[in-house]
Design a protein around this ligand. Structure first.
Ligand code: ASP
Length: 442
């Protein structure tokens, strides 16, 4: 049986006719690429405005009773130039008139926001000569606004079963009353994942404007290597620490079904990109560390009490104080008689007096020490479990660079080592770790 690939193209890949022609070439070069999920036209140049952003502005002008026809005309113009450059026969005026007519019935903002992908997908479908399938007819949310997975997967599978190819707009679906609801921003990634899962695709290709996920932040490290293979778990750790390549919710539908995701670059289609899957291929050679990511601005609250480890529930009570003040904790390194809670610094500052008072009253600690301006860096890699000396190398390279480590934490799954350094040492630490653990490999 031939394979099925679901492809999703992001906004920059579909920003104008020239980009759409590249997309058509990519899709037509492999007949296994059968279902295409499209974003709205994104930015063509640095200061350009995404169509979705224009749609949100248009709605807010309308809702305030301001003149919105100028913004709507800009949106129409974006599509009109795509249509004429592609040479398709598409009546954008009547589509825009229809949208304006609906708008006057005061639909939720999601309706207007979704029209970017709706129109783009219809035009792309015409250009490719593929059928258009409206996401509102196959993707469903329940009364509470959560994806109705069972109904969505079943309906999408049923609808696409009979179609060799289809173009489906990303970003939205429909509520039980038929009104349009969008995912959060960047949500076309989620649509792509849902479609891949529903048709039981062999691969979910997510085409964007970078050649895969980078092993470190390119704003800090010059030309970081692309990660060729990464597991879902590693991706989750790196994304949580700020490395972003996909909408967070895009992983879940395909992950459950064991469908790999391949991040690819529309502007450089021969690059292999990054493959994200449940486990790594057996024969690949990788360094023990897959990627490095981090964030600044944490505060550590270190609570010390002699004989703490003999007391039951000390940690639970300490964490409860944070949770009832609405402060999530990020890390919790422990010693025999000390427990530190690492939290977002500005969130903590907003509740600082209450939290400290409650700790003092309820836990009667010997000392509380507060360390501010802490940067937390995660060094992530499944390979760490089987290689000895990874931690030693990390600490040695930081020590040799004169960087003082203020916190160490290792996840219980041996997937990452978390290091706390001074905010002012953050960029330097990332570079040192990248050079010793990834660039030179091991
Ligand atoms: N167009 C939407 C946005 O800009 C969704 C997407 O592109 O994924 O957020």
């Amino acid at each position: 049986m031939s394979k099925v690939i679901t492809v999703k193209f992001g906004g920059t890949s579909l920003a104008d006719a020239e980009q759409i022609k590249k997309v058509a070439e990519i899709v037509k070069s492999n007949p296994e690429r059968r279902y295409l999920v499209a974003s709205a036209p994104g930015k063509r140049f640095k200061d350009d405005i995404k169509v979705t952003d224009l749609l949100y502005s248009c709605y807010s002008e309308f809702a305030k009773g301001d003149e919105f026809s100028g913004t709507l005309a800009k949106i129409k113009e974006r599509y009109a130039s795509i249509i004429s450059d592609l040479g398709v026969d598409f009546d954008i005026s009547s589509e825009i008139n229809g949208i304006e007519y609906e708008l006057k019935k005061y639909p939720p903002v999601d309706y207007l926001a979704s029209r970017g992908e709706y129109l783009n997908s219809k035009i792309i479908a015409d250009f490719l000569g593929w059928p258009f399938v409206d996401a509102a007819e196959i993707i469903f949310f329940n009364e509470n606004g959560f994806l109705d997975e069972a109904k969505t997967f079943m309906t999408t599978a049923e609808k696409l079963k009979s179609l060799q190819n289809a173009v489906i707009p990303g970003f939205y679906g429909s509520m039980p009353d038929g009104s349009i609801k969008t995912f959060s921003r960047g949500g076309s990634d989620v649509t792509g994942s849902i479609v891949a899962r529903s048709v039981n695709a062999d691969m979910y290709e997510n085409w964007t404007d970078v050649s895969g996920m980078l092993s470190a932040d390119p704003r800090i490290v010059e030309n970081p290597k692309v990660i060729e293979y990464i597991t879902y778990t590693e991706l989750r750790e790196l994304s949580y620490m700020g490395a972003s390549v996909l909408h967070e919710d895009a992983v879940f539908p395909v992950r459950k079904a064991g469908i790999p995701i391949n991040i690819r670059n529309t502007n450089s289609p021969s690059d292999n990109g990054t493959v994200i899957s449940a486990s790594l291929p057996k024969d690949i050679k990788r360094s023990a560390v897959t990627g490095i990511a981090g964030r600044k601005g944490f505060t550590s609250i270190r609570v010390e009490k002699s004989q703490m480890n003999g007391q039951t529930g000390f940690g639970a009570r300490l964490l409860y104080i944070f949770s009832r003040n609405g402060i999530p904790f990020e890390h919790c390194p422990t010693g025999i008689d000390t427990l530190s809670v690492v939290v977002n610094g500005s969130l903590f500052d907003s509740k600082r007096e209450d939290i400290l008072r409650e700790i003092k009253n309820e836990l009667l600690p010997d000392f509380i020490t507060i360390e501010k301006n802490l940067a937390v860096i995660a060094v992530v890699g499944e390979g760490m479990v089987s290689v000895c000396g990874v931690a030693a190398k990390i600490f040695k390279s930081l020590a040799e660079a004169g960087i003082n480590i203020r916190m160490i934490d290792q996840g219980s799954d041996e997937l990452n080592i978390i290091i706390g350094v001074d905010d002012s040492d953050y960029e330097k630490s990332i570079n040192v770790l990248y050079n010793s653990m990834i660039k030179d490999g091991r």
